[in-house]
Write a protein that binds this ligand. Structure first.
Ligand code: SAH
Ligand code: SF4
Length: 338
């Protein structure tokens, strides 16, 4: 049986018409799925009983199974979901003063193999379908009585290595008839897949772009991010420079700080040089340690020294406080197992 959420909006319309339903029903069903989060056809009370039965016989509505929810003392919540095939993924809800940000996954695992990242350690199991990406937002939304204000594609996986499904999911997240997020409130983070970043720039979806840079020289980046051998730093920065940013928007560069690897004064200075002329901001993320990891987090002093140098060079920069570390919900700690 087919999952109704695997249809794009035009496919849904064609399908309903094939069942003898009126065209306008497609809008109603679409809203039930993506605005009201309906889990069954019985809930779709503005359809006739016959229509609901007809749908029920032909298709079903997928949803994620919540296996476990953990809450950290800082308010961060981690959700472990099971997919239809038994694979598991995690989503993280991060509250701060003004925002409630949901961090969602795009793959089961990841094939990029970044040395510091726990998600990368297990390799890639599979891509998520578009509806599995969207379902994370729907599932968490359904459990909350507050509004999710921001979405970041920074959970498990490399979104641009699952390009088509990620774009399809973004379209639903942005669609005013579906989840209706503003494009300014969604951020896609990538390890730096140049052809896909170029492609994204030509796409109708204008979400914020974040690049996991993590080093200022190919020497260091090659060691911690194998993808750099394919797409080296200079080419990546050139790609960022030609990325068509909407007015007043900046690219975010994420920089995981690893003690004695990329946290020196010289590293900061090289980073400033590299980013000269790129409309950007830099998020410094002190490494989140986990069991068996080979890196250390730098002390606060070197993080602040690093940030000071960026600020001196007029590069906007913040240190991202790692939330949810005690429940392994912080950046790079998602594994999707129980
Ligand atoms: N694959 C995409 C999206 C995942 S985002 C990407 O890499 O951009 C995950 C972010 O967490 C990346 O910026 C990555 O550099 C960072 N990260 C990974 N492991 C980390 C760790 N152990 N501590 C801190 N940040 C980490
Ligand atoms: Fe994959 Fe991103 Fe982790 Fe690298 S940092 S292994 S790209 S999830």
């Amino acid at each position: 049986m087919k999952n109704l959420k695997s249809f794009s909006s035009p496919e849904l319309e064609a399908f309903l018409i094939s069942l003898g339903m009126k065209r306008y029903r497609a809008n109603q069903v679409y809203q039930w799925l993506y605005q009201k989060g309906a889990a069954s056809f019985d809930e779709m009370t503005n359809l006739s009983k016959e229509e609901r039965t007809a749908l029920n016989e032909k298709v079903y509505i997928s949803s994620l199974i919540l296996i476990k929810k953990q809450t950290a003392s800082d308010g961060t919540e981690k959700y472990l979901f099971e997919l239809e095939d038994g694979n598991r993924i995690e989503s993280v809800l991060i509250p701060d003063e003004k925002r409630l940000t949901l961090c969602i996954s795009t793959q089961v695992g990841c094939s990029m193999g970044c040395r510091f990242c726990l998600t990368g350690k297990g390799g890639l199991k599979r891509n998520l379908e578009a509806h599995e990406i969207v379902d994370q937002a729907l599932a968490v939304k359904g459990l909350l009585n507050k509004r999710i204000t921001n979405i970041v594609l920074m959970g498990m996986g490399e979104p641009l290595a699952n390009y088509d499904n990620t774009i399809a999911a973004l379209k639903i997240l942005l669609d005013e008839k579906a989840l209706n997020f503003s494009s300014r409130k969604i951020t896609l983070s990538t390890a730096g897949l140049i052809p896909q970043i170029d492609k994204l720039g030509k796409e109708g979806v204008k979400v914020n772009l974040a690049i996991s840079l993590n080093a200022a020289t190919d020497d260091v980046r090659n060691k911690i991010m194998p993808i750099n051998k394919k797409y080296p730093i200079k080419e990546l920065i050139a790609c960022c420079k030609r990325f068509p940013l909407p007015k007043r928007r900046r690219i975010t560069f994420e920089y995981v700080m690893l003690k004695d690897i990329n946290d020196t004064k010289e590293d900061a200075e090289r980073l400033c040089k590299l980013l000269k002329g790129v409309p950007c901001k830099v998020n410094l993320i002190p490494f989140n340690e986990y069991e068996g990891c080979e890196f250390k987090k730098p002390d606060e002093k070197s993080v602040e020294r690093f940030r000071g140098i960026l600020i001196e060079h007029h590069i906007m920069s913040i240190t991202r406080k790692s939330k949810g570390a005690e429940i392994s919900a912080a950046c790079g700690q998602l594994r999707g197992s129980n």
